[in-house]
Design a protein around this ligand. Structure first.
Ligand SMILES: C[S@@+](CC[C@H](N)C(=O)[O-])C[C@H]1O[C@@H](n2cnc3c(N)ncnc32)[C@H](O)[C@@H]1O
Length: 431
């Protein structure tokens, strides 16, 4: 049996100390598991501690007589792992405490066993008063860095509570049924035959929500491309672009290829799929191959069309822009700790550059969809407004989305609305 707690600790150190993404850290570490149950427990711990990191850290710091040394960062996380199990899991308290003490030995800090035992036992005694105390600071209660909490509070004063709650909840596993292979009713029946319960999402043409997450290898026909995993909000890009057979479509920031594959499943278009990151493009190529469609994929900077564009205008352009990812924190809780306040100005500048560079590539009558998985106004409505204002060859197309708030330029979906991720879409036509 592999020690799930030890691997979770290594994953947390990879993310919080080395700045690796949670996905990359898990991919690098999970290969040690032979038992799916151990792997699942490791994931529960790693996701859970990253979701609650600030709050758990605040509790830990109140329980320690003096702060831990920098080189004992692993012990700080051992304590967070212990507190997480005591607060959020059904592990019996004595087992959570003794397993966490045992973890000090496996991570070669046996000297700290007594300290860990004392801290966790004191927590059990003083839990109510301690949690009430740390939760007085709203950013700690929400387990967010101050800068991100403040931005969300400014952008969403009325909806803040529900938005914060949704960000710390587990996201459902959503499938996209490949229309070229079957209808989503027929695929739902195939899932049922395989013992997997799923239900449609009203207004989302190709989506099925699984009642329980499951490894993709258990999904009928997954390897053959009969379905893909993709949140409902991300599936709306294809509805808005609404390409027709024969259209020339540009997916300007295309990797790892979820939306590109969806577009190609929908219509016989000629797709140019661009991304500046060649390693992510490899994942796009693999995805398109799996679902049985093809595109011209290119590693290039979408903001510099002179280096890759052949002067043939596009009928449709999708700009699924690099962004804060603040709308998908429930799926990627590492975003809270890996993003920095100063990233937002850099990202909004890049998004603006991309919009300006791509607009001339659209034919008159063509349509550009701007999308982000962000809930920050600066990346979304403010960005769309700055781009559209004063541009007399542009018409704002009202997005007809089944979810979200209609704004002057685009539509904002808050995380958790209709159960989907936080997303923003704006749709512009050229005349
Ligand atoms: C939100 S992700 C795209 C997700 C993708 N559309 C999908 O549905 O799977 C943004 C992508 O933009 C790429 N990117 C960032 N800057 C870029 C640039 N200047 N030109 C092209 N791609 C860029 C990143 O490498 C990243 O893969």
């Amino acid at each position: 049996m592999t020690d799930s707690r030890l691997v979770a600790l290594q994953v947390l150190l990879d993310v919080l100390d080395k700045g690796r993404s949670l996905d990359a850290a898990l991919a690098g570490r999970e290969t040690v598991f032979s038992e799916p149950r151990d792997r699942a427990f490791c994931r529960t711990l790693a996701y859970g501690v990253l979701r609650e990191h600030r709050r758990l850290g605040a509790l830990r710091d109140r329980l320690l007589a003096k702060p831990l040394r920098r080189r004992d960062q692993d012990l700080a996380l051992v304590l967070e792992l212990g507190l997480f199990q005591l607060i959020h899991l059904h592990t019996p308290p004595h087992a959570a405490v003794s397993e966490t003490v045992a973890l000090t030995r496996t991570c070669h800090k046996a000297w700290a066993g007594k300290l860990v035992n004392a801290v966790l036992r004191r927590f059990l005694r003083e839990k109510t008063a301690l949690t009430a105390r740390v939760d007085r600071t709203p950013a700690v209660a929400a387990s967010l860095p101050d800068w991100l909490y403040q931005r969300l509070a400014t952008d969403w004063p009325q909806q803040l509570e529900s938005l914060l709650a949704a960000q710390n909840q587990h996201a459902p596993m959503v499938l996209r049924v490949n229309r070229r292979r079957s209808t989503h009713k027929a695929y739902q029946a195939r899932l049922a035959e395989a013992g997997l319960e799923a239900h449609p999402l009203p207004g989302f043409a190709d989506a099925l929500v699984l009642a329980q997450p499951t490894p993709v290898t258990d999904l009928p026909g997954f390897a053959q491309g009969d379905c893909s995993v993709q949140d409902g909000a991300a599936q709306l890009a294809a509805d808005l672009l609404d390409p027709a057979a024969g259209d020339r479509v540009l997916d300007a920031c295309a990797a790892p290829g979820g939306k590109a594959a969806h577009l190609l499943e929908r219509a016989d278009v000629t797709l140019v799929a661009l991304d500046s990151d060649p390693s992510r493009l490899e994942r796009l190529d693999a995805t398109l191959k799996r679902v049985g469609v093809g595109a011209r994929s290119m590693a290039a900077d979408a903001a510099e069309p002179s280096s890759w564009w052949d002067d043939q205008p596009f009928d449709r352009i999708l700009l699924d822009a690099p962004c804060s990812g603040s709308g998908v924190i429930r799926r990627h809780p590492d975003i809270k700790w890996l993003r920095r306040a100063e990233d937002i100005a850099r990202l909004t500048a890049l998004q603006g550059r991309l919009l300006h560079a791509l607009w001339p590539l659209l034919r008159p009558g063509g349509r550009l969809v701007y999308a982000t998985c962000s809930v920050l106004e600066a990346e979304n409505e403010a960005q769309a407004a700055a781009f559209a204002r004063g541009r007399d060859d542009l018409r704002v197309v009202e997005p007809t989305l089944p979810v979200g708030t209609r704004l002057r330029y685009g539509q904002q979906i808050r995380t958790g609305e209709s159960g989907v991720d936080g997303f923003y879409y704006a749709c512009f036509e050229k005349h």
